[in-house]
Write a protein that binds this ligand. Structure first.
Ligand SMILES: NC(=O)C1=CN([C@@H]2O[C@H](COP(=O)(O)OP(=O)(O)OC[C@H]3O[C@@H](n4cnc5c(N)ncnc54)[C@H](O)[C@@H]3O)[C@@H](O)[C@H]2O)C=CC1
Ligand SMILES: O=C(O)[C@@H]1CCC=N1
Length: 270
């Protein structure tokens, strides 16, 4: 069985470990590093997975998944570079960081796959986009697709699209959570208790997501079906248009894309 080490067990690292366990992977095939001892101890206990140091992870794992913040990548690469044995597959989940950075800093010929996942991995509903670096073979992409396919959907894309993907599906869940949060606030304004408002909105979000995915309908047609002539929905839609919500979302996603590009540029000289 492929042994997987996750370097940096924060939100994404934990989501991956938890998702892989739920998908049936044995705890013996998983390991992680984590710089905060208390966090490491909590996770080792919760999931019965071994906490190892970086050298142990690089020696024992077949696939090394990097899940530290882009801002923390430099010291980790310094630690990895002299210790990475040949033949290991390096998978980066770091926003903005190009495969070329890892290829430049790790031993020559290292196979690198860049992934942009998202936190719904925790419940087996991730959207992950994967791109191979210049030494990654089809078999490396197949392996990463199989791993991430067990915790959600996977698409293969050219690396040039990864910054846009980061803004769309990497950050995307945050924008849905933000909308849900705002809609619950609206319920409070209208005098509905918070718990009831949350139940109404969360189930509406789940139902709408299921219609988008399983009903195969176009979002415009689905929205039109809710929008009756002289009805309630159009009164609300007029306000959304008046406040420029569509343009705000487009601008938000463009800003997130730009930030991803910037995160990559910060490491260009390294
Ligand atoms: N949170 C999200 O929704 C998504 C995050 N990402 C990417 O995943 C990566 C991780 O993000 P999060 O999990 O949100 O961050 P986080 O801050 O929750 O987790 C990072 C973890 O790495 C640990 N760490 C840092 N340097 C380390 C080192 N040298 N050795 C061992 N552990 C180390 C930190 O203590 C922390 O627990 C980032 O690069 C981010 O761009 C990608 C997609 C979605
Ligand atoms: O906010 C971030 O930088 C990370 C990357 C995509 C989602 N969260």
């Amino acid at each position: 069985m492929t042994r997987i080490a996750v370097l940096g067990a924060g939100k994404i690292g934990e989501s991956l470990l938890s998702g892989l366990l739920d998908a049936g992977r044995s705890p013996q095939d998983l390991m992680f590093t984590e710089r905060y001892p208390q966090r490491a101890a909590e996770l080792a206990k919760k999931y019965d997975i071994e906490h190892v140091d970086v050298i142990g992870a690089l020696q024992r794992a077949d696939v090394v998944v990097i899940a530290v913040k882009p801002q923390d990548i430099e010291p980790l690469l310094d630690e990895m570079a002299p210790e990475l044995p040949p033949g290991k597959l390096v998978v980066s989940m770091c926003a903005g960081l190009p495969t070329a950075l890892f290829e430049r800093r790790l031993p020559a010929g290292t196979a690198v796959v860049r992934v942009m996942p998202n936190t719904p991995m925790l419940v087996g509903e991730a959207m992950s986009a994967i791109s191979g670096g210049s030494h990654a073979q089809d078999s490396d992409l197949d392996l990463v697709e199989e791993l991430l396919g067990s915790v959600g959907k996977v698409v293969r894309l050219p690396e040039s699209q990864q910054d846009a993907v980061t803004a769309l599906s990497g950050s995307g869940p945050a924008y849905f959570f933000y909308l849900v949060e705002a809609m619950i606030d609206a319920g409070i304004l209208l005098g509905i208790p918070r718990a009831t408002a949350a139940e109404l909105i969360v189930q509406s979000a789940v139902g709408a997501a299921a219609m988008l995915r399983e009903g195969g309908g176009h979002p415009v047609m689905l929205r039109e079906a809710v929008t009756s002539p002289a009805g309630t929905t159009i009164a609300g839609i007029r306000e959304l248009e008046k406040h420029g919500v569509r343009a705000a979302l487009i601008d938000a996603i463009e800003a997130a894309r730009d930030r991803s590009v910037e995160l990559g540029r910060q490491h260009e000289a390294g």
